[in-house]
Design a protein around this ligand. Sequence first.
Ligand SMILES: Nc1ncnc2c1ncn2[C@@H]1O[C@H](COP(=O)(O)OP(=O)(O)OP(=O)(O)O)[C@@H](O)[C@H]1O
Ligand SMILES: [Mg+2]
Length: 244
Amino acid sequence: MTEPLVSLRNVSAGYEGRTIVSSVSLDVHSDDFIAFIGPNGGGKTTIVRLLLGQLRPMSGEVRFAPSLRIGYLPQVNDVDLRFPISVTDVVLSGQLDGSRLFPSRAERARALELLRFAQLEQYKDKPLGSLSGGQRQRVFLCRAIMGNPQLLILDEPVTYMDKVAETNLYKLLPELSKQMAIVLVSHDIGTISSVVKTIACVNGTLHYHATNKISEEMLSVYECPIEILSHGVIPHRVLKTHNF
Ligand SMILES: Nc1ncnc2c1ncn2[C@@H]1O[C@H](COP(=O)(O)OP(=O)(O)OP(=O)(O)O)[C@@H](O)[C@H]1O
Ligand SMILES: [Mg+2]
């Protein structure tokens, strides 16, 4: 098997001396498509930040493949919406590494192609701040893909999206996963299990399941009743589907 893109070995991490996740081991390989599920506050974004190299582990080891390109869609886009940047320039910023000021013609063409794909072409010259939350989320998705990453990390990407945008995303992801590894943080357990390959339950630690089925067996092995999955102190709920 090839070397993993990112490897976490027995990692503990947290903030200001407080441990949030511990004993986390995970290898992300180039053909992986992993869902992170788990309750609010369980540590999903914390592990994402370890994978990004944004957060140093308190103990354990984090290793990255050399010159790894990662595309990242943050959970909350807390950009200053008054900042005068156009939609196209936001997408292009996913490519520029700080060593160049101006994008190439090919990069511009790719940014426009992505915006067309995300059905945002009509907004290409608009300031980012004039878009809706879901439209902005799609702009940031284009940005994350722009640099042709080897690993794409999407932290709750559909939060602001409407059904059409969400469906489009879930159609796009299997295509993207042929070209790059994907880590998808989501609470939408029903939908993701049909697109991802494997599932990691995050709740103070990480339980990796090499399957995309949330099976009775998986639940029983980890002593998780169907309604409430509990891998630690904080239970996470699997909500039943609504019929309305
Ligand atoms: N920058 C920070 N400084 C201090 N504590 C933090 C920081 N970021 C997160 N935490 C704490 O770490 C814990 C885990 O947060 P994290 O964002 O990893 O959870 P999550 O699983 O992504 O939750 P959600 O489903 O709500 O996104 C929470 O208790 C949170 O308050
Ligand atoms: Mg989070």
